[in-house]
Design a protein around this ligand. Structure first.
Ligand SMILES: Nc1ncnc2c1ncn2[C@@H]1O[C@H](COP(=O)(O)OP(=O)(O)OP(=O)(O)O)[C@@H](O)[C@H]1O
Length: 222
């Protein structure tokens, strides 16, 4: 049995809007093993991004347990969360979220710098496979959407994180660019032995993942 990268046990989360309490997650149990690739689908507003935010430590659970790399996060300090995010987590968003004053190579290098690591052959491979060689010195804001998302994937995987969280990574791309990005994301995550949890509204994108989970009315169903 491969190791467990992320486990949620009876996780509950709600938000308060004025007088109203809105229960988003209701006793959610799930487990991600090393190398899993999972698509998370579900109607708009059901809590898919909230679930990713909880796993990334940007939101805290109301009740239940979140285990990351077999450590209970309940008592993690802000520093422990920062270390987990820096060393073990990659994120890809719909809006790319690149560092716009920087060029392509400096965006990709950024996580390595945070971890005091040097550029290595994996970085060269990422650039080649993501066909970024020609644009390596260009400011990222001058690139197409597809190119920017390929930079975001390189930046998310450069430190070979245990877990990649992707929130509608193809949402801003046309179908052709979206499928290309999905294929590359899957191949490179596999090469890095990175587990992927990806939120998507697209059946085509979900089909790139090994498994699919559906979030509705506070529960995750396989
Ligand atoms: N920080 C917050 N404060 C208050 N309510 C929030 C907060 N974050 C999310 N919510 C609410 O929680 C619910 C779930 O939001 P979330 O963004 O997780 O849904 P989603 O499934 O990702 O939606 P979409 O598919 O439209 O992106 C929504 O009703 C949203 O308004």
């Amino acid at each position: 049995m491969s190791s467990v990268v992320c486990q949620l046990s009876q996780v509950t989360k709600s938000f308060t809007d004025g007088e109203q309490r809105h229960q988003v997650l209701n006793d959610v149990d799930l487990r991600l093993h090393l190398g899993d690739t999972i698509a998370l689908t579900g109607p708009s507003g059901t809590g898919k991004s909230t679930l990713l935010n909880i796993i990334a430590g940007f939101e805290r659970v109301d009740a239940g347990q979140l285990t990351l790399l077999e450590q209970d996060t309940h008592l993690w300090t802000d520093n422990q969360w920062a270390l987990f995010r820096r060393q073990q987590l990659g994120v890809v968003f719909q809006q790319f979220n690149l560092l716009t004053p920087l060029n392509v190579i400096d965006n990709i290098r950024f996580p390595l710098q945070l971890n005091n690591q040097k550029w290595n052959i994996w970085g060269d491979e990422l650039i080649e496979k993501l066909t970024l060689t020609e644009v390596i010195n260009r400011p990222v804001e001058t690139l197409s959407g597809g190119q920017q998302q390929r930079v975001a994937i390189a930046r998310a995987l450069i430190h070979k994180p245990a877990l990649l969280l992707a929130d509608e990574p193809t949402g801003n791309l046309d179908e052709k660019a979206g499928q290309q990005v999905m294929g590359l994301l899957c191949d490179l995550a596999k090469a890095a032995n990175t587990t992927v949890l990806m939120v998507t509204h697209s059946d085509t994108c979900a089909a790139f993942m090994q498994r699919r989970w559906h979030l509705e009315q506070g529960k995750v169903h396989e």
